[in-house]
Write a protein that binds this ligand. Sequence first.
Ligand code: HEM
Length: 575
Amino acid sequence: MDNISFISSEILKELPHVLESWWKIIVTVANQVNSGLFTNFVSSRVWSEVASGYVKSLGHGINIYSTWWTVPIILLFTVSLPLYLVHYRTQKRLRTITSNLPGPSTLPILSNVSAFTGCNFVQFFQELVEAINKYGPVVRFWKGDKLYVVLSNAESIETLLTNKALNKKNTFVSSIASSNGIVTSGDKWKNHRRIISSTFNSNVLDQFMGNFVENSSILTRKLKSLAGGCIVDIYPFVCACALDVMCEATMGTNVNSQMEGNGVFVKILLCAMEEVGETFKKPWTIEDWIHYGKKRNEKDKEICAKYFHGVVDKVIEDKLESHRNGFRQNRDGKQVEYLQWIRGKEMCLLDLLIQDAKLSLDDIRDELCTLIVTGTRVTALTCCYVLSLLGVYEEAQDRIFEEQKNIFGEDILRAATSSDLSSMKYLEQVIKETMRLYPPVPLLFREIEEDTQLENGYILPKDSCAVIFSYMTHRNSAYFSDPESFSPERFSGGSHPPYAYIPFGGGSRICVAYKYGMMEAKTILSAVLRAYRIRTPGGVTSLDRNLQAGVVLTPANGFSVQLFQRPVSMISNDS
Ligand code: HEM
C-alpha cells in the first residue's frame, strides 16, 4: 500500500515535468525528421508523415488533432508516462551523485543528444570547446542513460591516468582494424603491449633510422613537383610517407605507397582512417544512427577490408614460411639463417608477434592493422601541423633552418643520423609546442569501472565514461602563460604540472611508441625543411576555424601550404 502511495505521489510530482519533457522530445524528434537527419533511421513514410506533420503544425498552427495520426501519438504519450517513471527511479542514485556536475540542461531520454544533432563535425568541436569555456574544466553530458564527463584540468587527469584500475578504454572499431589487441584491456592488452613495447623500445630505435631517412627522402622528391607557390594539401603526401614507414617498421615490408601514389592499398587505408573518425566523431550523440545509415556502404567496406587484409595476410604468410624454413630474407634481399636473424637486429613487430605462441593468425593481423591505421595518421598529422605553423611563424622556420645548417654544414644532402636528431633541440621544441596547440589525439576515453572521487569533490560514477579533452588542457592559462600564442621557447626548460601536457597520453596507457613517433617526425620534418621553405597562406585562423575532433584532430579543409624549393636543395633530379 505504502509503495502504491509512494508511486502515485511520485507520478503527481513528476507529471508536469513528464508532460513538458515529452513535448520537447516530440518537437526535437520532429525537427530532426524534417531536417532529413533521420532519413535512414526513420525510413517508413508513415513515421515521416507523423513527425513532419507535427513540425508543420507547430509552425503553422494546423490542428493536429484533426488528422489520422493523432491515435498513435496519444498511444505513445500514454506509454511514455510509466516508462519515464521507471527510468526516473532506476536513474535516481546516478542523478543524485552527479547532481553537482556542471553541464548543459538535459532532456529526459534524449538527454543532451539534441544539443549536438544536426551540427557538422566542425560545429560539434566548437560546441565542445564552448561548453568547457562556459561550464569550466569538468562538464557532464548525458547520452540517454550514459554519462560522459569531459575533463580538462590537470589534477583530475592525473587522478584518472595514474589509477591502474581505470585503464579501460572506450574503443572504436573499423572494418579493417578491430578493437581486440592493444586497444583492449586486461591480460590480452598487457601481453600485446609487452610485445609492441619491445619493438619500439628506446634501446632499439636506431634500427629504424634507415627506414625513416629513405622514406623522407622519397617524400622530398615527391614534393618537388608541387614546389613553386601553388597551394597544395600536403597531408596525403606526408601520410603516404608515414604509411610506408609504418608498414616497414611493423611488417618489415615497404608497401611503396609513395611511389605508387594511386595504389589501392593507400586509398583503402585512408578510407579506413576516415571511417574510424566518422563512427567516433560524435561519441555521445548520434553514432548509433550514423552506424545505421552507414550500413548501406557495408558491402563496399567489406570489399576494402578484404583487400587490405589480403595484403597483410600475404606478408604474414611469407614470414611464416621463413620461420618454418629456417631462413628469411633481409632488407637487401639476401637469405639469412633463422638463427643468425633471431640474434640480429632486424626483428620487426610481425616477427615478434609470430614468435608468441599464444597469438592466432587473426590476432596478429588485427594488431598489425590497428597499428598501421593509428600510428600512420598521428605521425602524419603531427608533421603537417608543424609544417603549417612554420608557414605562419617564419622566424621559427628560419631558426630551424639555421639549426639544420649547423648540424649538416656543407653536406646538407647527408642522411640524418640518430645523433643528428638529438642535436635538433629547437625543432623538438617546435614539435612539442605544436602538439600543445594541436594535440593529434585530442580526446582520451576511459570507462569508469568504480565510483571515483576527483580531487575537486566531483564523483565519476561507475559505468560512466571520462573524456579527457587535452586540447583544452593544453590551452589553459593556469598551466601555460599566454596559452593561445605559438611559443616553442616555453619548452626550453619551463615547467608545467606533469598532466597539463599529455600529447602522448599518460600513465599505464601512454603511447607505446612516443619516442619512435618523435624520431620519425623529426626525420621527416628535417628532410622537408632542409629542402623547402613553407608558407601557409590562410594563416592559423583557417586552421582553427576548421578543426574537427574525432579519434584525431584534423582540419576539415586539409593542410593547405605553399612550398618553395631552397636554393641549396637536397633533392636529386632523378625523381
Ligand atoms: C607523434 C605521433 C603520436 C602521437 C601524438 C600519439 C599519441 C598517442 C596518445 C595520446 C595515446 C594514448 C591514448 C589513450 O590514452 O587513450 C597513444 C596510444 C597509443 N599509441 Fe600513439 N601516438 C603517436 C605515434 C604512435 C605511433 C607511430 C604508433 C605505432 C607504432 C603508436 C601507437 C600507439 C598505441 C598502440 C597506443 C595504445 C597504447 C595502449 O593503449 O596501451 N602511436 N598514442
